[in-house]
Each structure stands twice: as C-alpha cells, then as structure tokens.
Design a protein around this ligand. Structure first.
Ligand code: ARG
Length: 244
C-alpha cells in the first residue's frame, strides 16, 4: 500500500525536481557568449536580444526537437563548465572543435570553417609573417583557441572576457595585436577603421555545437537538423544573411 502510494507520487516528484533545476522537458537551453558577431551578439531594436548565425541555427535545432529555445549568455570560458554541470543543454558559440575540448564534451559535425587572424593599429607594419609574432604583446578572449595559440609565440598574453575588451586594449595602445577568429575580427574592423587585419598562415578551425558526453540523442538531433538545413538551402540562406 505504502509502496504504491510512493510510486504514484514519482512523476510529481520528478517534475518538482526538474522545475527546481530551472529546466523543463520542453525547453532546450543553449549557452553562448554573445560578443562574437556575426555568430552571436546582443542587438535588436532595444539592444537586449541575442541574435546571430549560431542563434538562428540553435532555434531550428530546438524547433526540430519540438522544444522551446532558452538562451543563456555567459563568459566564453564558463560554457563547458555550465554544460557539464547540466545548467545548459548545448553550446552554440563559434566554438572550435579541438582534441582538448573533445576530452570533456562531444561536438556535432563541423558547421563552419574559420581561422585566426591578427588585428593591429593601422600604422603598425611590424607583422608580415607568423615569425614576427614572437615576443609580441597579445590581447585575446579568455579560454579561446587564440588564447592557447598566443602562448606559443609569447609570454605576454592579456586575456579578456570579450573580444570587445581585447579590441579596446589594442586601440588604447596597451598591446601590439589582437588574435581573433576571422569573421568576428572582420566585424570589429568594419566598426574600427583605425585598425588593420592581417591574414597569416594559421591552420583552419572548425566550429561545432557541443553537448555533454553521453547525450547521443541530442547530438543526433543536432546533426540531423544541420544536415537537413544544408540540403534544403536554409543553411546557405543563413550564411548569406549573417556572414557574406
Ligand atoms: N573559435 C574560438 C574558440 O573556440 C573562439 C570562440 C569565441 N566565441 C564566442 N562566442 N565568444 O575558442
């Protein structure tokens, strides 16, 4: 008698537990760092909307999974921790697929190819090749692939929570250069004509959506949305709308 009463209460208890975590079955929570236009940025008429290429992909991922998308904006270097603690369900943040990250999360199929580029003040002609990076003072986004890469060339690396702060540091003459992903760098350049973009021979990087380990169902659903969007032209339309 007692046992069956308890069992009967289980679904109710489960709902309460889920509600307690701020998560419900029909919501898919995506984590991002919205300082990375055109992939994710804060904009819209009132300047309080999170928009961008990744966000539009994430919306379709949620819709195909039959869920409502909830966006959590946080520091880039907090994303993997948030994912692995269950605070978010997946990461859509222009995150490069790397073996180090693959040790703690799973990535979707790659959805965008990028590379690192250098931004300097326009009058700085000291960087022609990768060799010229040795010993320079870099500004980067904390926890990014640029942050990791910079340390190969110098021990003078100042890391910021956003690309914007790194750019400010460069404009204020406090660092020699910013190492940043190609599209967001081009985006900052368009708004800061006093800067110059230098493309060097850096390797290609591939962005992927990240999910926690053992989340095969969500990973499959993300991959099938990507495949569908590539096949039906929706992916290309988003590239044209947001990127080029
Ligand atoms: N692609 C780089 C990385 O994975 C930088 C990504 C930064 N993304 C962002 N939304 N701020 O480390």
């Amino acid at each position: 008698m007692k046992k069956s009463t308890l069992l009967g209460a289980l679904p109710f208890v489960a709902t309460l537990l889920l509600a307690g975590c701020g998560k419900s079955q029909d919501v898919l929570v995506v984590g991002t760092n919205a300082s990375f236009a055109p992939f994710e940025y804060v904009g819209g008429p009132n300047g309080d909307e999170i928009k961008g290429f990744d966000i539009d992909l994430a919306k379709q991922i949620a819709e195909d999974a039959g869920k409502t998308l909830k966006i959590e904006n946080m520091n880039f270097d907090s994303l993997i921790v948030a994912l692995n603690s269950g605070k978010i369900d997946f990461i859509a943040s222009g995150m490069t697929i790397t073996p180090e990250r693959q040790a703690s999360v799973d990535f979707s199929e790659p959805y965008y190819e990028a590379t690192q580029v250098v931004l300097v003040n326009k009058n700085n002609n000291s960087i022609q090749s990768i060799d010229d990076l040795t010993g320079k003072h870099f500004a980067v986004q904390l926890g990014s692939t640029a942050d990791i890469m910079a340390k190969k060339y110098t021990d003078k690396v100042t890391a910021f929570n956003s690309g914007f702060e790194a750019i400010m540091e460069l404009k204020n003459g406090k660092v020699d250069l910013v190492l940043f992903d190609s599209e967001p760098a081009a985006n900052y350049l368009a708004k800061n004509p006093e800067l110059k973009l230098i493309s060097l021979d850096f390797p290609a990087e591939f962005y992927g959506f990240a999910v926690a380990k053992h989340q095969g169902e969500l990973l499959n659903s993300i991959n099938s949305t990507l495949a569908k969007m590539k096949a039906n032209g929706q992916y290309q339309a988003l590239v044209s709308a947001h990127i080029k």
